[in-house]
Design a protein around this ligand. Structure first.
Ligand SMILES: *[C@@H]1O[C@H](CO)[C@@H](O)[C@H](O)[C@H]1NC(C)=O
Ligand SMILES: *[C@@H]1O[C@H](CO)[C@@H](O)[C@H](O)[C@H]1NC(C)=O
Ligand SMILES: *[C@@H]1O[C@H](CO)[C@@H](O)[C@H](O)[C@H]1NC(C)=O
Ligand SMILES: *[C@@H]1O[C@H](CO)[C@@H](O)[C@H](O)[C@H]1NC(C)=O
Ligand SMILES: *[C@@H]1O[C@H](CO)[C@@H](O)[C@H](O)[C@H]1NC(C)=O
Ligand SMILES: [Zn+2]
Ligand SMILES: [Zn+2]
Length: 587
């Protein structure tokens, strides 16, 4: 096994060197192999409705039908090798894409597509809990369809007669089909507070104190080979919830293998809890399928020999390669083809491909610094926000969580609008002195501001090893990585993508990439629409959503605001401004 991996690495390096020397036009990506073991897992999380694949990004060009075929092959390969295979999803299946969000209720057409996949274990995310109709669908469609595979230990649904019942089961105990390993599964959502009234979330800490949990742990003591935690909870060391859970589990199961599957913060991540326990988090938006394999041997093994992990790019090249298939025709399964067809007809029915305009270059949320020409914040503050109807001297503030995804070169469609800027927030206005208005952003971006993380996109919630902190070093370095390699002499065939640094090192990504870096971005950005510096009253305009934050900042600046409910300034959403701008300027 080790010999094979060695060859793979040498082959990769030699291949890059050769293609560089010869100026080869070969375009096969360099893909690292998976390390199979007693139990193999694939993991998705935070798909947010991205079942059509990424239409303007070749790097993530597989759709849900391709993923269905992929899983069929993984199961088959595992079985042939006398190994087990389990597929896991950790929630957030709504809000992120036209396929899920254009319908009322949201998810009406995308949920039936999602459940075509044959999950062995799945759990709930916070996006299934904002609106009652989403929770209803989760309970009546998803949890019912998967029944005992749906595991949810700390989230409940309120029946018509007022009784709270779990979504699916509170835990699951089963034996794997091939190796007959005894598995105990729990599903845990982070301490989410904004659940709708038809549901109830109990914090992990509180749930662990309940008698059912202790009783369950006691009941299966000495009867478990593997504990699986499927959680819509980040696995990062900075996020304490799984670590508190782990401490409790270890009191009852001091040496059982425990594998965590996490979510919510939208990053690729892999952590070591102890020598018999690791956790993986598999990104977001059908960009990533996470892979974990475990050697179930009772022998004491170093964690790197027991566990292996990969982050598989959600594309056809990766899926074919890991399925040992050389053509798409040999790869596709009848069910996979059927799901692809269903996606296509659904997109047509929902008119998601209707063209609004064409975008000529990529604009990023956080792969470049905010003032970079390719930053979407630069585009918005300098070009799009000035088109907000109204006039006079004004300063417009938006929070960076108000944009959901990068804007990619290519056709900009009804679907793209849901992907990039879907939020229907009204603009409100306060009239304040210019000298005060210009300091609001600085206050809101103060690192000590506690409710800040909710203003940002999820991948910025927790610091991770991949985050470029521009306070620590020159911001030029990752830019070089991102932009300049393709134009330099050392041109390789590598595609742009994640290079993930996790507890096992930097070889987790299945595809060798030219690295993208997540720059730390601020909570809010501003569009300054006045020239002179003289101090007088101007309009301070912002999303009604961040009114409490702006009022807080003004209080901090010792500015007295009498009007706690600022007047509506405009109903023209940011998404509409962006559509118009693209129609007129970016084609
Ligand atoms: C698991 O580890 C044991 C002990 O090192 C080894 O003998 C066995 O071959 C490994 N199993 C697999 C499937 O690699
Ligand atoms: C509410 O309905 C459920 C399902 O029909 C039933 O099991 C439960 O006993 C009912 N609870 C009450 C308080 O009537
Ligand atoms: C859980 O129980 C522990 C120990 O009995 C206690 O210290 C802690 O406050 C409890 N936590 C919650 C949230 O109930
Ligand atoms: C891959 O497929 C080829 C041809 O179908 C077969 O000969 C080979 O054994 C397969 N390799 C693995 C690792 O399954
Ligand atoms: C902004 O709000 C103030 C009141 O706070 C109002 O006097 C002013 O007319 C508003 N400006 C616009 C353009 O609506
Ligand atoms: Zn999410
Ligand atoms: Zn989430």
């Amino acid at each position: 096994m080790r010999f094979m991996i060695g060859i793979g690495v040498i082959y990769g390096v030699v291949f890059i060197a050769l293609s560089t020397l010869c100026g080869s036009t070969h375009t096969d990506p360099v893909i690292r192999s998976l390390k199979w073991n007693d139990i193999n897992f694939l993991h998705t999380t935070d798909t947010h409705g991205w079942y059509s694949g990424h239409i303007n990004q070749n790097q993530y060009n597989a759709d849900w039908g391709d993923f269905v075929s992929f899983v069929t092959h993984q199961r088959e390969i595992s079985r042939k090798q006398g190994q087990d295979f389990l597929l896991i999803d950790c929630g957030d299946r709504h809000d992120g894409n036209g396929l899920s969000d254009i319908t009322t209720p949201n998810g009406l057409k995308s949920t039936p597509i999602f459940i075509k996949q044959s999950y062995d274990i799945l759990t709930i995310g916070n996006h299934e809990l904002y609106l009652l109709e989403n929770s209803q669908m989760e309970f009546e469609v998803v949890a019912k369809h998967f029944s005992e595979e749906y595991v949810c230990s700390n989230v409940e649904y309120k029946l018509a007669n007022g009784t709270f019942v779990p979504f699916g089961s509170k835990y699951r105990y089963f034996e794997t089909p091939v190796q007959k390993k005894k598995v105990l599964v729990f599903g845990f959502l982070f301490d989410f507070k904004r659940f709708n009234k038809g549901t109830r979330v109990t914090s992990i800490e509180e749930e662990m104190n309940k008698s059912w949990f202790k009783d369950t742990l006691q009941l299966f003591q000495n009867k478990v080979d593997l504990i699986i935690i499927a959680g819509h909870t980040p696995v990062a060391h900075e996020w304490p919830e799984f670590y508190a859970l782990h401490k409790r589990l270890r009191q009852f199961y001091p040496s059982t293998i425990i594998q965590y599957f996490g979510g919510h913060s939208h990053i690729r991540d892999f952590v070591v809890f102890d020598s018999r326990s690791t956790g993986i988090q598999s990104g977001r938006y059908s960009e990533t399928v996470g892979w974990v394999s475990i050697n179930m041997s009772h022998v004491e093994l170093p964690e790197k020999e027991r566990f292996a992990r990969k982050y598989i790019d959600f594309n056809k090249d990766s899926f074919l390669k890991h399925s040992n298939k050389t053509s798409k025709a040999a790869f596709d399964t009848p069910k996979g083809r059927e799901v692809t067809k269903l996606i296509k007809s659904t997109r047509e029915e929902l008119k998601l491909n209707n063209l609004i305009g064409t975008v000529s270059m990529n604009y990023y949320v956080d792969y470049v610094p905010v003032d970079h020409p390719k930053s979407i914040w630069n585009l918005l503050t300098n070009h799009v926000l000035p088109t907000l109807p109204g006039s006079g001297e004004r300063l417009i503030i938006i929070n960076t969580g108000s944009i959901r995804y990068d804007l990619y070169k290519g056709p900009y469609t009804v679907d793209s609008q849901f992907i990039v800027s879907p939020f229907e927030n009204k603009w409100v206005n306060l009239t304040v002195p210019k000298s005060v208005a210009t300091r609001v952003v600085e206050k809101l971006n103060d690192a000590s501001y506690i409710s800040a993380s909710r203003l940002k996109p999820p991948q910025q919630y927790v610091n991770n090893k991949n985050m470029w902190n521009f306070n620590q070093a020159s911001s030029q370095q990752p830019l070089l990585l991102l932009e300049d390699i393709s134009s330099s002499k050392s041109k390789t065939r590598l595609t742009k993508g994640y290079i993930t640094h996790d507890d096992f090192g930097s070889d987790g990504d299945d595809t060798l990439h030219r690295g993208v870096v997540n720059f730390k971005i601020p909570n809010v950005v501003q569009s300054v629409q006045f020239e002179d510096e003289s101090d007088h009253n101007i309009d301070l305009i912002f999303y009604d959503f961040i009114t409490p934050n702006v009022l807080w900042a003004l209080r901090e600046l010792k500015y007295r605001v009498d009007n706690k409910n600022p007047d509506v300034y405009s109903n023209v959403y940011l998404g509409a401004l962006l559509n118009d701008y693209i129609k007129q300027n970016l084609a």
